[in-house]
Design a protein around this ligand. Structure first.
Ligand code: AMP
Ligand code: ZN
Length: 665
């Protein structure tokens, strides 16, 4: 065999193993750095040798495939729902029914009921063939491109495996990843996601798999289906699935009696709060597969399984005070300050009240006893007021009318739930928050300057907006708390270096409402300079791909402000990048606007990477696999025969490298 091929195969095998150690076993044996080096090496080899393409390569986890319409696929076997029970008596009744229907001893596999989105994976000859959502149980949507980006889903199996089978499980979003995603959304002034479950299931239907790849999703598996699986019972099948490389939760337990089942439930009712992801119950399954067959199914669920739902934990406590927070955009959030109380494994002191409507709806008042619940949401929720305990002299809550920070009269725009403080330039949390956003990692990423220092600088009256950063001197910052010669120097140097940050990130950094990272990129690409953007009308903005009225209005409002325009002029004078650099611009056109390309094979005049960049720079889109929506396949030498066949079948034109370059003329 060819040496290169051997090398590529060896790297793939090694990286698969590391992925398995890291994502399935939570037990990495090499550093992230070493992993990256090896992955890059493999990427380079694959790039130079597309003839050795393999759809299960670890390099293909980053996504990029865009699905416009998800195909409907009929499940090989129906995906049933589960019957629910809410008490141990219910479960006892279920056991009695089961015992009447089957002979012999009955043991149970108890598993946790993971709260995410169910998924069915089909494997053929050890390779992931497709992934399908539950849908209506009979048929679901094919979401393979998205599922492939989840690192704990093996693209190729280990050891020996049945030639063809399905495995079912749940796509979940662990709490810490969910919290991180929300922190970013809040920093980008976007509405935070409600709970991990909805976010996980929403992720499966994103069109751009690269977006899915960025989300820290996991796939927990619990059910093998198919023929000749070589297992006699559920508990064994879990172990079998682990051996093939699947992530099967270790909490599952074999219980020999219903009393053992109760013990399992009682244990996890509390212990589940220490798990990294959400669970909402226990699933009890008759262990023996032969007995399962005998029991069969009702119209909607197996008779051999029963879900026990945990009660959402609820406590009552006293509302001491309502305080109001001012965000960086001036939005006001009321916060309930509670008498500290233990709930679902943590001490709860505060709960969000969202907005004035919510307070009115609950009719919540100071000194009320309130019921607090931790359900799917991470932030505890106030469910209701215990009216029986309301003090006699209690008064309805008056929502504040002035900003708690600067006393400016609050406004509430039509159709918006939140009040906000209009004192854009004089309200401290807004001023500080805006500069903190400007220096943040995804915006200007200023080294040597942190959020706390920003607050200090503002409070010492050294700066009032982000343009002021560029006039700061070492002498000015040295007297600040915890500043030394070296750190003052770093700070000033960091600020200076930010003058090289490209335009799209500056645009994100200046903090126009609703202009997050992605929107900033789009606007930068379309308008190319801040001047062009500043003079765009609402109508003009709305014509840009994916820019809606809300963003358009916000951009226009931003530049309508004299103060903002002045700040931008100052940034320009200091030498910040307020347009796409000439070099980048010279290479960009809209020639390929709206066209999608698949690049395949080896090229002579430009490399594959350069070719793909040319497509992007000229307004086209790169997709990784051929579909009827592909406009062109740029075919190089040694293009794979299956791709060629597919292109011909779908009538997608094949063009050569030369023809492609001619298109750009
Ligand atoms: P329900 O949606 O209430 O009908 O419950 C059935 C769903 O529970 C299934 O479709 C799965 O997505 C989910 N589930 C979570 N964990 C498990 C588990 N360990 N065994 C079976 N189903 C589970
Ligand atoms: Zn204010």
């Amino acid at each position: 065999m060819n040496n290169i091929k051997i090398k590529i195969e060896a790297l793939r095998t090694e990286l698969r193993e590391h992925n398995h150690n890291y994502y399935v076993l939570d037990n990495p044996i090499i550093s992230d750095y070493d992993f990256d080096i090896k992955l890059k090496e493999l990427q380079a080899l694959e790039e130079a040798h597309p003839e050795f393409h393999d759809a299960t390569s670890p390099t293909l986890r980053v996504g990029g495939e865009v699905t416009k319409n998800f195909n409907t696929v009929v499940h090989n076997q129906r995906m049933y729902s589960l019957d629910n029970s809410y008490s141990l008596e219910d479960l006892q009744d279920w056991e009695t029914r089961v015992k009447k229907m089957v002979d012999g001893d009955i043991s149970y596999t108890c598993e946790l009921k993971y709260d995410g989105a169910s998924i069915s994976l089909t494997y053929e000859n050890g390779n992931l063939l497709r992934a399908v959502t539950r849908g209506d149980g009979f048929q679901g949507d094919e979401v393979t491109a998205n599922i492939k980006t989840i690192k704990s889903v093996p693209l190729q199996l280990k050891g020996n495996y049945p030639p063809k089978f399905d495995i079912r499980g749940e796509i979940v979003l662990p709490f810490d990843g969910f919290i991180k995603m929300n922190e970013e959304r809040i920093a980008n002034d976007e509405e935070p996601y409600k709970n991990p479950r909805n976010t996980a299931s929403g992720s499966l239907k994103l069109q751009d798999s690269a977006e899915v790849a960025k989300r820290p999703l996991e796939c927990l598996l619990y059910n093998l289906t198919g023929e000749n699986l070589g297992v006699q019972n559920q508990f064994e099948s879990l172990e079998r699935a682990r051996q093939m490389g699947f992530k099967v939760p270790n909490e599952a337990k074999l219980c020999l009696s219903i009393d053992d089942v109760f013990q399992f439930i009682n244990h996890w009712d509390k212990a589940r709060h220490n798990l990294p992801y959400e669970t909402d119950g226990v699933v009890v399954k008759v262990n023996n597969l032969y007995q399962q067959d005998e029991l069969g199914y009702t119209a909607k669920a197996p008779r051999w399984a029963m879900a026990y739902k945990f009660k959402a934990e609820q406590v009552s406590t006293k509302l001491n005070e309502i305080t109001y927070q001012v965000g960086r955009t001036g939005a006001i959030t009321p916060v309930a300050n509670l008498e500290p109380v233990a709930l679902a494994g943590t001490i709860v002191k505060r709960a969000s009240l969202h907005n004035a409507d919510q307070i009115e709806k609950l009719d919540i008042r100071i000194n009320d006893d309130v019921f607090v619940e931790k359900g799917g949401e991470i932030i505890p929720k106030i469910i209701a007021v215990d009216l029986s305990k309301r003090p006699l002299n209690s008064q309805p809550t008056q929502y504040i009318t002035a900003c708690p920070e600067c006393q400016t009269v609050l406004e509430r725009l039509e159709g918006e739930a939140k009040h906000f403080c209009p004192n854009y330039n004089g309200c401290n949390p807004q001023v500080i928050g805006r500069i903190q956003h400007y220096i943040s990692r995804k915006a200007m990423d200023i080294e040597g300057l942190g959020g706390e220092t920003v607050a200090l600088l503002v409070n010492e009256n050294l700066i009032t907006n982000y343009a002021d950063l560029y006039t700061l001197t070492k002498e000015q910052v040295l007297p600040l708390e915890r500043m030394a010669e070296k750190s003052a120097e770093n700070l000033v140097n960091g600020i200076e270096a930010s003058k090289q940050i490209p335009f799209d990130r500056v645009l994100f950094g200046i903090g126009i409402r609703f202009v997050g990272e992605t929107v900033a990129k789009k606007l930068a690409k379309h308008y190319k300079s801040i001047d062009a953007l500043a003079s765009a009308s609402i109508e003009n903005l709305e014509k840009v791909d994916e820019i809606g009225i809300r963003i358009a209005e916000s951009v226009v409002a931003f530049f309508a402000s004299e103060e903002n325009r002045e700040t931008i002029q100052r940034l320009k004078a200091y030498g910040l990048q307020l347009e796409i650099s000439a070099e980048k611009l010279a290479n960009q056109t809209n020639t390929l606007e709206g066209k999608s390309f698949v690049v395949s094979g080896v090229f002579t005049q430009v490399s594959r990477t350069e070719l793909k960049k040319l497509i992007e720079d000229n307004g086209g889109k790169n997709v990784s696999s051929i579909s009827s929506k592909t406009d062109f396949v740029v075919a190089g030498d040694k293009m794979g025969p299956s791709k060629k066949e597919k292109a011909e079948k779908l009538n997608v034109p094949l063009i050569s490298e030369v023809q492609f370059l001619e298109m750009l003329q």
